[in-house]
Design a protein around this ligand. Sequence first.
Ligand code: BGC
Length: 437
Amino acid sequence: MAIDRRTMLAAAGASALATTLAAKGALAASAGRFPEGFLWGAATAAHQIEGNNNASDAWLVENVKPTAFREPSGDACNSFELWPKDLDLVRDLGLNTYRFSLEWARIEPEPGLFSIAMLDHYKAMIDGCRARGVTPVVTFSHATTPRWFAARGSWNTPESPDLFARFCDRSARHLAQGIAYALTLNEPANAANQTNAYPPFEALMRSANAAAGKACGSPGFRAGVLTDPDEVAITQLHLLAAHKAGKAAIKAARSDLPVGFSLALEDDEAVGENSVRDAKRALFYGAWLEAAKSDDFIGVQNYDRVLWDDKGVAPPPAGAQLNSLKREVYPPSLANAVRYAHAATGVPILVTEHGMLTDIDQDRARFIPAALTELQKVVAEGVPVKGYIHWSLMDNFEWFLGYGAKYGLCSVDRTTFTRTPKPSAGVLGAIARRNGV
Ligand code: BGC
């Protein structure tokens, strides 16, 4: 391919500009502040807060017996009605960004039947963000899928990438204009990681899918959140294809919209000789990090640190802080995951989730500045980090764990749905307003 001088000069100019901007970011960070325009946000996902998402696969598996869920999602936080209050909350906390997801099951409740009213609902949310000076970061599919899609076998059927791309196409044509960052899929590698992280779920996943299949007369029913361990390899292939096809559909609607996906990345550390850490990374993240190289950014989601010795997961160090799932909470874990994601992909990073599972908000309030101090060091090293989005805006339906597991910056009264900011929300808000820890 011949490249003319103008193109070469433009490319050189762009790269010089990028270097200057990265240097400016690093400079700001070394002065104890984050780069200008840094995104400070909180995240949610439709199924976990909207409530009554009864055309979704998750709704069915939550309400059959046996179920893998501690309790059904029910009304959740009633955010389908209360979303303007959620956006007010984001703004009033001092945050400038809100990450939320579209609910595919509402937009396409039957195959090929697209609801303009539901697309308008999400458009109102995007416009509502803009009206409040809040940057909308939108996930096209966060774990749940329509029930009809699950009945067809979900991500293990070869038609799944095209079906997802059709949904992305219709949604992007309606919504892309106002979105700032789009994520096709949330943590698509998790299917591979899930049985590793929660081995007792293996049997439950199979029986819950089977019970749902019986209830809807589709023996091949697979819920998006319950990947059969034997089908991990095929679902991973289809999810990778779905990301690529979904991204192409979104780009066709608006070519300048930054598109990526989010990846759950533990801070994996190698201990001792012959650690299996790198093999684990290659197996669970390899294909996804490769795919991200051609994206506009990668969404990094980190909650914990895991040590790997020559046999597998090694026990956390003595005295480590553990959450109720016995996983290590470690303030530098986010920074390490971000460093790794950038080194492996070369693309800009948006922290799309980071948070703490705890009933003790004082611990969360201490954890946030400690982790952000470490993140600032990564920015000072020159890694292009676009923003930090905390999981979650409010306590919500924490999947298998139900409502007992708390990640929120705000609590939610389960009867009145009143949202109340916790002290940690004030801590994050103050950091956001200051643009520095
Ligand atoms: C998911 C969220 C979830 C959070 C806390 C992430 O894996 O994207 O949906 O609630 O972690 O477990």
